[in-house]
Structures are given as C-alpha cells and as structure tokens.
Design a protein around this ligand. Structure first.
Ligand SMILES: [Zn+2]
Length: 290
C-alpha cells in the first residue's frame, strides 16, 4: 500500500513533472507538427500551384504565341500552295467526247449501240476503227518487246454476245447453288451487264500474253501485264479496271482489259493513278468551281 501510496504521493510531482515536460514537449510537437503540416501544405500547395501554372502555361503560351505572331496569315497562304498539288493542270480534253464516254451499268450504251465502223485487230477480233490502228501498234510493240505471243482474245462484242456471256455466268453460278440475285451480283463483278459493256462500245480489248493464259488477277504485275501497265498509255489506252479500284469501277481487277481514252487522258490517268471515273470527276469538280 505504502509503496502504493508513496508512489501515489510522489506521483503528483513525479507525474506532473513528466506530464508538464510531456505537455511542454507535446506543445512543441503539436506546433511543430502544425508547422510541418503548414509547411507541407504550403509546399504541396506551391507545387500544385506551380504544376497548375505549368500545365496552364502550356496552352496559354501556345495560344499566346500564335496571337502575337501572325500565324493565321501564313496558314491561308500555305493552303493555296497545297491546292495546286491535287489540282495540277488537267489535260485539255473534251470529257463529252466519244473517247471519254463512261460506259458502265449506270451508263449503258444500250442494246442498239454499235461502233460506227469496225476494224480487225487480229485473232478475228475487231475494234472501233478509230482506235484499231492504235491497238495494232501496241500489239506489234508488245511482241517486239519480247511478248511474242501477245494477242487480243476479245475485242468488240455485240449486245447479243454480251448477253450470252452474261447469262452463261448466271447459269453457272446458279448451278453451283447461288440464288438468282447472288448469281447476278457475282457475275456483275466480272462481266458487264448486257448493254453496259465497254466491249460493245468498241473501245476495249482484252490482251493476253499467250493463248490459254488464265484470266486471273494474279497475272497482273508481271510479264505482259506489267508491260501493258507501263506502256498502254503511250497508245492512248488505260487499264480500265485497275487493282484496288473495284469500289469505284464496280469491276474486279482486270490487267488485260484495255480501254481507249486518248493519249493525253491516258498519260494523265497513269501518272496520277486514276481510273476513268476518278479522272472524269476532276472535270466535274472544275465545272462546279467555274
Ligand atoms: Zn474485257
């Protein structure tokens, strides 16, 4: 007990002293803690403010810099320099001429159309007499270039011939199980609808390297097909259904199908990688602009 009381007696002094000490020490700790907290808050706040300013400063600076420097002015002057690129000088051709007539499903020549005059191009095939000499020259030069067997496997086709070819494809696909609608859709990717074939128009011919060469797109990019791609424009012809343009032409890639459009147009189309639809569109844009 005494032991208990003694400590009890001592306790107040002993306890208060350390308590006071503790209190004293607590006070500074609390204040220092508060101070530290304040400092930390100030530091964090300062950093946050600095960060905000930095973050905010970027756009402000960026937005501020164009304002003093007259950058909006150079931008319009830069636009005209860019516009001549997509609109180089177009060849001075008449897009309403017979050479540039667009013939496709939406623009058929009609059942009754036949070229004014036909001329032989070899292998019993014929073309419009206005373009046949160009084709004959092309064939001769292709043979001289090493593709000795080069021949036209298809030239002018009458409406009736086209109808028969088209129907043959339909029948074949339907025999394979396709519906009539599906058969038409598939056929039209490879064979133009009767009345809308360039072969009926007389300005197109299919050229192959040798008899029996498979008419598959994979033969593009090599042999005669490559030669045609590189040289046909010199004779006024274009690859009418180029690779990667099916969405526009509506026909699958046919490296063998040449269409006469005239030398100027053909050269331009080759240089700018345009199919006939894209080429004609340039003139529509121009007429709208004018
Ligand atoms: Zn063809």
């Amino acid at each position: 007990m005494g032991a208990d009381s003694a400590p009890e007696g001592k306790t107040p002094a002993a306890v208060t002293a350390p308590q006071k000490k503790r209190r004293r020490s607590r006070f500074p700790t609390a204040t220092s803690r508060l101070l530290t907290l304040a400092l930390v808050l100030a530091a964090v706040g300062g950093m946050f403010w600095a960060l905000l300013r930095l973050m905010g400063g970027g756009p402000v600076l960026a937005a501020a810099s164009p304002t003093p420097s007259p950058s909006p002015r150079p931008t319009p002057t830069a636009a005209p320099t860019a516009s001549p690129k997509p609109t180089p000088v177009l060849p001075d051709v008449d897009t309403a001429s017979w050479e540039l007539r667009l013939v496709r499903y939406e623009y058929p020549v009609g059942e009754a159309y036949a070229p004014p005059e036909l001329e032989e191009i070899g292998n019993g095939e014929r073309m419009d007499s206005r373009v046949a000499p160009k084709m004959l020259q092309l064939l001769q030069d292709a043979r001289a270039a090493g593709y000795e067997q080069t021949y036209p496997c298809s030239g002018y086709r009458s409406y009736e011939t086209q109808r028969i070819i088209y129907q043959r494809h339909i029948d074949q696909y339907m025999a394979e199980g396709l519906t009539e609608e599906e058969a038409h859709a598939k056929t039209r990717l490879a064979v133009n609808y009767p009345g809308s074939s360039e072969h009926q128009y007389g300005l197109s011919a299919d050229i192959l390297e040798y008899v029996g060469q498979p008419m598959e797109p994979y033969i593009g990019g090599s042999g005669l097909m490559l030669w045609l791609e590189q040289h046909c424009a010199e004779y006024g012809f274009t690859i009418r259904y180029p690779d990667g343009k099916t969405d526009i032409t509506g026909v699958e890639y046919e490296p063998w199908h040449l269409r006469y459009v005239g030398e100027e147009a053909a050269e331009y189309m080759m240089k700018h990688d345009l199919c006939l639809e894209e080429f004609l569109e340039l003139y529509e844009d121009r007429s709208v602009a004018d």
